[in-house]
Design a binder for this molecule. Structure first.
Ligand code: NAP
Ligand code: ZN
Length: 337
């Protein structure tokens, strides 16, 4: 089978198409024919040599957290799925034994890790991590959900977003950003969404964003937000200089949920504003397999349509990462091996 391997951690030029032996399932595993796998900035961090999880020692490395396709074969002791089933993988890897696994939610697991290997024609996976795809949902749409949409959903839930709430999403045109504004809409919240690109903002408006703002300057954004209102929630995947102005703009008692660091790993806080304003700052990573099941179900019922910004064949994987790196992508980019 062919895989899109990371052979050098130098950015998109480090992707090479390689031949590998077809995987065989061990007990408890399944092999799926991958029809679609979305990419995430997480993969790009690895490819740029900027990930704490993966380094040069493990090259060549096959990334891809979000494979979806058809079950090809199953190993011993697998029940509930069979060859021919359409499935999407929940990439969560948990120990199943720690206090957090016992108490839940599972994404708090002390040994929490992520599956990698979806950028390939076939993927060998833990069969218990497969979620069935209903007939009404295309496989490529399901492949958009496991990382970006699950992370966005869990953040909105952590913020207790309710109908009529004002939700501010700085940098709303990528995987997590678009997912957040779409799922905030599912929760009947009002959205403020930003981008430096007028063209990408038009696409956000088509998706029903209430208040698009064209800028990627944190202070300009905060001033524009204040003219609209005080957000109850900020979903922050940018970090860096975006945190402090967004917190200052937020309503008293509001919640900022942070999952990323695209614009920087260190942020300043205005401490008096935080305590005098009764504001919450919440860290969040991924979500649960139950979240993925819920999102597959909601998409299958038409509550929202996963936003796909482009599909690429396996040979064009480097091009997909280049589009993400140049900030030319919108929504989820899908590799179809
Ligand atoms: N903790 C978790 O579980 C988890 C899960 C998923 C993602 N994440 C993190 O969340 C972040 C987003 O991931 P993603 O896959 O959605 O990425 P993505 O698709 O590449 O996100 C693109 C968005 O980020 C904005 N952006 C990119 N570079 C920027 C910069 N230097 N300054 C300001 N805005 C910038 C873009 O704005 P424009 O529209 O202006 O171009 C666009 O809206 C990453 O940091 C990722 O690691 C964390
Ligand atoms: Zn655990």
């Amino acid at each position: 089978m062919r895989v899109a391997a990371f052979t050098e951690l130098v950015g998109p030029d480090g992707v090479t198409i390689r031949e590998r032996d077809d995987p065989q399932p061990d007990a408890g595993e399944a092999v799926i024919d991958v029809e679609a796998c979305s990419i995430n900035r997480h993969d790009l961090w690895i490819l740029e040599g900027d990930s704490a999880m993966v380094d040069e020692d493990v090259l060549p490395f096959v990334s891809g957290l979000d494979p979806a396709g058809t079950v090809r074969s199953v190993g011993k002791d697998v029940s509930g799925i069979a060859p021919g089933d359409r499935v999407v993988l929940c990439p969560n890897q948990t120990c199943g034994a720690c206090e957090y696994c016992r108490e839940g939610p599972e994404n708090h697991c002390i040994e929490f890790g992520l599956y990698h290997g979806g950028l390939a024609e076939r993927a060998r996976v833990d069969a218990t991590r497969l979620v069935a795809i209903p007939k009404s949902l295309p496989v490529r749409a399901a492949a958009a959900l496991p990382t970006a949409y699950v992370t966005a959903w869990r953040m909105l839930r952590r913020a207790n977003v309710a109908p009529g709430d004002l939700v501010f999403v700085p940098g709303a045109t990528g995987g997590v950003g678009v997912a957040t504004v779409q799922l905030a809409d599912v929760l009947n919240a009002e959205t403020i969404a930003t981008s430096r690109s007028a063209k990408k903002l038009e696409r956000l408006s088509d998706l029903g964003v209430d208040h698009p703002i064209e800028s990627d300057d944190p202070e300009t954004l905060a001033a524009s937000v204040r003219e609209i209102g005080r957000p109850d929630t900020v979903i922050n995947h940018l970090g860096g200089p975006f945190t402090k102005p967004a917190l200052n703009a937020m309503a008293r008692g509001g919640r900022m949920v942070i999952c990323g660091r695209t614009a920087g790993t260190v942020s300043q806080l205005d401490v008096p504003d935080l305590f005098l304003g009764h504001k919450h700052v919440i860290g969040s990573t991924m979500g649960t397999q139950g979240d993925l099941r819920r999102l597959v179900d909601l998409a299958a019922k038409g509550a929202y349509e996963p936003a796909l910004g482009g599909t690429y064949d396996l040979e064009s994987t480097a091009e997909a990462f280049a589009d993400m790196q140049r900030r030319e992508a919108f929504g989820k980019l899908i590799i179809e091996p």
